[in-house]
Write a protein that binds this ligand. Structure first.
Ligand code: F6R
Length: 255
């Protein structure tokens, strides 16, 4: 089911599989329209299904990644890129090593460089040199973060060093043996970078996201819920499975 809300498109499908497939198809359509598209990519549990569909569609020769350029949202600080907990490792596992993306076209902030500020500046310049991000894919944290733009972020921020919120550390502890092992800092692109993207697609799945999805879409625009800024972007699609849409369904009317 598709709705319009405050200028955004909300697409609600019954299952996680269905929203993963829709997200993959939107990316494939983008790459078909412009083979050298600049794509912004997330990590985390939510996009795993989308990546699986993208790999499948590449195998079926429906999409060709040869000229596609990618910029990842974020990377933990002080985790080596070949560490299985790094987002670099994640991207190689789920996408980069399975499709014909060229290494020179993929970008992830370095979490191990001695000067994080330099990394941030260089990342912003590199995005700028590639023109605008054509399609930015996002997940959403339980605290409303997008990328690692945690509550109370400055909306005008570009790529920056982030201290992770206690809620994010708690949520991401599921990927580590203990919560103590979760890095406390990361490098993330900023809200400004996200807002400059031509198109934004945000995916949320599961009942655990239902309340923050409601705040993002129906609450005030506030740095306390960083994703609420998307209410001001002029080309946003929010893909929700039924569980993530649970709190907003009663508030929507079919268009
Ligand atoms: C990941 C990222 C985060 C995640 C968010 C949701 O690169 O920037 O904003 O999208 O934490 O994570 P999952 O999908 O694991 O619930």
């Amino acid at each position: 089911m598709r709705y319009r809300h405050k200028g955004m498109t909300l697409q609600i499908e019954s299952t996680y599989e269905a929203i993963s497939q829709t997200a993959a198809r939107m990316l494939v359509a983008q790459i078909t329209l412009k083979n050298d598209s600049v794509i912004g990519l997330p990590t985390g549990s939510t996009p795993e299904g989308m990546y699986a569909y993208l790999v499948k569609m590449a195998e079926e020769h429906i999409v060709d990644f040869r000229d596609v350029v990618t910029f990842n949202l974020d990377e933990y600080l002080n985790i080596a890129s070949d560490d299985p907990q790094s987002y670099t490792y994640y991207m190689h596992k789920h996408l980069f090593d399975q499709v014909n993306l060229q290494a020179k076209n993929t970008h992830i902030p370095s979490g191990t460089h001695s000067n994080a500020d330099e990394v941030c500046q260089a990342y912003d310049i590199s995005i700028f040199q590639h023109g605008k991000i054509d399609m930015q894919i996002l997940g959403i944290g339980n605290n409303g973060h997008i990328g690692f733009n945690e509550p109370d972020i400055k909306f005008e921020a570009g790529t920056h060093l982030v201290t992770l919120d206690a809620e994010t550390i708690r949520a991401n502890a599921r990927f580590f043996k203990t919560a103590q092992e979760v890095p406390k800092e990361a490098i993330s692109i900023g809200i400004r970078n996200i807002m400059q993207a031509k198109k934004v697609v945000l995916i949320a799945s599961g009942e655990g996201k239902a309340e923050i999805v409601k705040q993002m879409l129906f609450g005030p625009i506030t740095p306390k819920v960083p994703a609420s800024i998307l209410q001001l972007h002029n080309d946003v699609t929010i893909l929700l499975d039924q569980a993530a849409a649970k709190e907003i369904l009663p508030l929507l009317s079919i268009q």
